[in-house]
Design a protein around this ligand. Sequence first.
Ligand SMILES: CC(=O)SCCNC(=O)CCNC(=O)[C@H](O)C(C)(C)COP(=O)(O)OP(=O)(O)OC[C@H]1O[C@@H](n2cnc3c(N)ncnc32)[C@H](O)[C@@H]1OP(=O)(O)O
Ligand SMILES: CC(=O)C(=O)O
Length: 540
Amino acid sequence: MAEAVLQLYDTTLRDGCQQEGMALTVDDKLAVARHLDALGVGFIEGGWPGAVPRDTEFFHRAQSELTLKNAELAAFGATRRPGVSVAVDPQVRALLVSGAPVITLVGKSHAGHVQRALRTTLAENIAMIGSTVRHLVHAGRRVFLDAEHYFDGYRLNRDYALEVAGIAAEAGAEAVVLCDTNGGSLPDEVAAIVADTLAATGAALGIHCHDDTGCAVANTMAAVRAGAVHVQGTAHGYGERCGNADLFTVIGNLALKQGREVLAPGQLARLADTGRAITEITGVPARPAAPYVGAAAFTHKAGLHAAALRVDPGLYQHIDPDRVGNAMRTLVSDMGGRSSVELKARELGYEVAAGSGEVARATARIKELESEGYSFESADASFELLLREELAGGPERPPFDVDSWQVSVTRLPDGTVRTEASVRLRIDGVPLAATGSGNGPVNALDRALHQALDPFFPQLARLELVDYRVRVLTGDTGSEARARVLIGYHDGERRWGTVGVDRNTVTASWRALLDAVRYVLVDDVFPGRVPAPLAAAPAG
Ligand SMILES: CC(=O)SCCNC(=O)CCNC(=O)[C@H](O)C(C)(C)COP(=O)(O)OP(=O)(O)OC[C@H]1O[C@@H](n2cnc3c(N)ncnc32)[C@H](O)[C@@H]1OP(=O)(O)O
Ligand SMILES: CC(=O)C(=O)O
């Protein structure tokens, strides 16, 4: 028998927005909807018009500003209130006014919730669901019913849960979406309850899982195996408490592990980019380790893994990252060997061989420097400078020399604090000095360096310090603590990092600052570098 076509239903803009820290503007929501549509999901739930003013505005603006090519817009809302005629219920009316072609109603399927939260009778709740679905279908809308607390409700009172699913289907709901609202279920229970509900009602079933047991994706997959044909989830698993099922993971699993055609041909390769674009808009980072789309999903640190990956990337990767638009990355660290250095060097555009002396020496230096507190995995630029030294057979001629630098922090009588830095450098033997002030020693040193060097090297003007992290590494007994400073830069196109270590935090910072400047200038003094993208900015 042919497998049923699966409906992909995204609820990032409604349930995803119930996540702590998520506060999207209407413009943000419109932008996220465009990305989801471009990916090719079937339904985009935009919010709850009539309840949340921002969502009312979203649906209003969507009518003129959102042209969807693949998806249908769904408005979410509750069934009519107890004892109120559906025709006059203002919230039901707001759903129609939203203009959304699809309406997803939340209805209670847990007898205890009906009696205690809704404070009505079991029969009235059945009537609320039936009459609201019929009303909206009669008005020409496609309707889904989100059966809230379905799995817990089924465990409490199976007959009642089945009655809710049955009445919704009978009234015209296209799918009855079984919700694991509290997210407490496990995959075998979900599979059994979906299968039983399907057998008892014959309704088209959907699944909506929360991740409170860490099983939202597994539960979703189990439900599909058991016969669910409509799958709900959110980008990056955004959602209340522990989140929702991560729709990107579900899509990857369905498409690549089960051969289900959930997206149009070629669209799967947009998955990682869609994930990155959405995090840019929400400002809520995705987990680097998120399957398929995470920045670390195909990132390798262990030396033995790198050795095998050189032979065949499939030896340590479950899929080819290209299939989901992601990329393999290698990290260099003290846990790597020559193969890690070789792979990283190639990633950066250098042709080297693992057996070469240069690679062996770079590997040994990394191990030694990391034992002193350096960390190269987020400092690609510092690694590249080290590698180039080995490839060049010694330190490269610096584009400038440093004579001295100085920082002063002064508290003034009016209570303000002034931080100033001065640097003394030489370019081709010619001395120059500059000063800079900033909101702290690193900022002031950065400005002084720019002040001195930008007139000679205009390409430095693009360099922007975007991240500064300092970690104090407590020494072993008897040795002094050191500071490790990691600095992140952006030049408008690429992002990279440098590292410095010293007992003095400002000196460690200076080293990282200097590496960044040298990194930008090496192309001038050492032409011939094969341009290669540096580590992509992590999604989120
Ligand atoms: C599982 C889910 O995620 S469902 C989605 C939940 N999302 C949201 O709640 C976000 C939007 N919510 C809101 O803006 C508000 O809560 C509103 C507008 C819906 C309701 O606001 P208020 O009327 O002020 O009430 P309050 O927030 O205290 O909610 C309780 C009311 O909702 C009713 N209610 C609860 N569940 C349901 C339901 N499934 N169907 C219909 N009514 C419901 C309760 O009976 C109670 O009504 P009462 O005040 O007449 O007794
Ligand atoms: C409807 C919904 O979001 C839930 O039950 O979890």
